[in-house]
Design a protein around this ligand. Structure first.
Ligand code: NAD
Length: 315
């Protein structure tokens, strides 16, 4: 297998929310990247999003004009998947979250790519084993789960399936580090990988708190943003327990665990809100009334904060 420094040609498939930012990540590390779509309009949209990612980072002061120019020159677009993968060192798939659709795509890719091409999926939670099962060489396949927006979020979870070789994991980790990401290795092929398991454990409790009338949605978010959320960028959850003292943590957990929501279905409040048409921003209401809030301002504030974080980490 090629060493990470010898790998330089990547294909990213999917031009929706995630694909262009993933393409930027690889291009920023010096890779020649081809963004692959199914139609001209989708490719144009993807290349526009790719440029928007560069512009956001440039305007935010995270990259220089020459870096932006290099990233601009490193991208190409194509509708011809078979030709694109025929000399690829790495293929990252980021299309619809559908097992059969992804498996069909990987069969097409494997039929045409070189025998040592690394293959990965950006799936949010489909099992590595089930995706890799259609491949003749499943050892070269792993999940690389980027976080949204991929050009601003450092974490990438590299998920190892039973058939994934250690060499594949090591190579992906090394190349993601070269691209300035913070990869973590998820050693078991488990639903929700790592980050989403943590996130949904917290989300289940947050929904339960609102459902039970313990606090409003807004106060739940305020509590997250102004307490432990504020420490998280520099101070880990488990690190904090060691600082507190594990005897104290054990005493708290001994009564607290019994009181936490342990339902195995999605929260009733969530189910009922969706049933009554509350889909969040896209329908105008969800946990919040979005007719009274401005989504563009919310996203701008989020991105401005992520850019400040990114700058502080790279400076
Ligand atoms: P999206 O719906 O925005 O984009 C999907 C893209 O894939 C579209 O451009 C669509 O035209 C294309 N596509 C669909 N089927 C295809 C096929 N058979 N061949 C080629 N292209 C096809 O989706 P997204 O949010 O970018 O998510 C992509 C993947 O990333 C999913 O697996 C998703 O679970 C995962 N993911 C999403 C997020 C997120 O926050 N959106 C975060 C992490 C991972």
């Amino acid at each position: 297998m090629l060493k990470p420094e010898e790998r330089k040609r990547a294909i990213v498939i999917g031009t929706g929310l995630m694909g262009p930012g993933i393409a930027y990540t690889l291009a920023s590390a010096g890779w020649d990247v081809t963004l692959c779509a199914r139609s001209e309009s989708s490719l144009t949209k993807g290349l526009r999003s790719y440029q928007a990612a560069i512009d956001t980072l440039l305007q935010g002061g995270c990259i220089s004009e020459p870096d932006a120019g290099t990233a601009h020159d490193k991208i190409a677009g194509t509708l011809d998947l078979e030709a694109a993968v025929s000399d690829a060192d790495l293929v990252i798939e980021s299309i619809a979250e559908d097992l059969d659709v992804k498996r069909t795509l990987f069969q097409r890719i494997e039929a045409r790519c070189p025998s040592d091409t690394l293959l990965s999926s950006n799936t949010s939670g489909l099992p590595v084993g089930q995706l890799a099962a259609v491949l003749n060489k499943p050892g070269r396949f792993a999940v690389t789960h980027f976080w949204n927006p991929p050009h601003l979020m450092p974490l990438v979870e590299v998920v190892k399936g039973e058939s994934t070789s250690q060499e594949t994991v090591d190579t992906l980790v090394a190349l993601l580090e070269q691209a300035g990401k913070k990869p973590v290795v998820v050693l078991k092929d488990t639903p929700g990988q790592l980050g989403n398991r943590l996130f949904h454990a917290l989300l289940r409790e947050a929904i339960w708190i609102v459902q039970e009338g313990i606090a409003s949605a807004e106060d739940v978010d305020t509590a997250v943003k102004t307490s432990f959320g504020r420490r998280f960028p520099v101070y880990g959850l488990l690190e904090h327990q060691d600082v507190v003292g594990l005897d104290t943590v054990l005493a708290i957990q001994s009564y607290m665990c019994k009181a936490l929501c342990n339902h195995t279905e999605a929260g009733m409040l969530l189910q009922n809100t969706v049933k009554s048409g509350g889909l969040g921003v896209k329908s105008g209401h969800g946990f919040y009334d979005w007719s009274k809030r401005d989504i563009e301002t919310t996203v701008k504030q989020r991105d401005a904060f992520l850019i400040r974080m990114l700058k502080s980490e790279t400076s």
